[in-house]
Design a protein around this ligand. Structure first.
Ligand code: MLT
Length: 271
């Protein structure tokens, strides 16, 4: 299988992405504070029918870090240029989790004609409350002073359901390794970017791209009711809830998520 890690100059940084397979382009955008590695079960599954592109966003994984603040719009602009330099001409299917979903709204706002389909996992369209913003700024400060180890273990109960923590211990280890491999500056910059993100809740009714919402039934960060409500607002959309899993549904229940995605993508390409 054609699979390689590529490095591209994108908006002044060196951006790394895993590119695999061939066929229509399928872009995977990771959550916070992770890397493209969270999508390995999806990359493995979809590379036989799609050109899978799974970047490390600015400040994460092996991509360059810029400190200060990295906005969701900046991430969306990076993805657009990455697709250009990879010579992906036609519209892409965009699959993002959580922060990858916040970036999806910006991608849609600026580059809607580049979208063939949207798959949004465990995310939300609204902005943060004042308390949420303060918590993010405190977390950014903590990480800058003490490193990602100060947050990694404490994040696990928010990311995985209890059942996944008990039955799939390896997942916690993988997530902790991914978080601890991330630079403090990269974490802080995107955390500040998320704190400053726009509220898209009144705009998503204007999305004309076919959209699939996927959520873990035990997701405590972006719960099913939040995702279900969005699915009633986006006109051409479907909703899929995965039992017994949390915020990291694609990692916790890869088979169910892959099947739901595959059925949706097949339906999108046959219309
Ligand atoms: C994520 O998984 O990307 C985060 O939960 C996003 C957030 O902190 O809002």
């Amino acid at each position: 299988m054609n699979r390689k890690l590529v490095e591209q100059n994108v908006n002044g940084i060196r951006m790394r992405a895993l590119v695999a397979g061939s066929g229509p382009p399928l872009l995977f955008v990771h959550g916070f504070p992770l890397s493209h590695q969270m999508w390995l079960p999806q990359i493995e599954y979809f590379q036989s029918h799609y050109t899978v592109i799974a970047p490390d966003l600015r400040g994460f994984g092996d991509s360059d870090i810029t400190d200060g603040i990295v906005t969701m719009e900046q991430h969306a602009r990076d993805l657009n240029v990455l697709l250009q330099v990879l010579k992906v001409e036609g519209p892409v299917s965009y699959c993002g989790l959580s922060m990858g979903g916040y970036i999806a709204w910006e991608f849609w706002k600026h580059f809607a004609d580049r979208l063939h389909a949207l798959i949004l996992c465990d995310t939300r369209a609204d902005a943060d409350s004042e308390e949420g913003i303060n918590n993010r700024l405190k977390m950014a400060d903590l990480v800058l002073r003490h490193g990602p180890e100060a947050i990694s273990t404490a994040m696990i109960p928010k990311l995985l359901s209890e059942s996944s923590q008990q039955k799939q211990a390896q997942l916690s280890e993988n997530l902790i390794s991914m978080i601890e491999a991330t630079s403090s500056e990269g974490i802080a910059a995107s955390q500040k970017g998320m704190a400053a993100r726009s509220d898209f809740s009144n705009q998503i009714k204007n999305i004309r791209t076919p959209t699939l919402f996927i959520v873990g039934s035990e997701d405590c960060l972006t719960p099913p009711e939040v995702m279900k409500r969005m699915s009633t607002e986006v006109p051409d959309s479907k909703y899929f809830e995965v039992r017994e899993v949390g915020h990291m549904a694609p990692m916790e229940a890869p088979e169910s998520v892959n099947q739901a995605m595959a059925a949706f993508l097949t339906a999108c390409s046959s219309v």
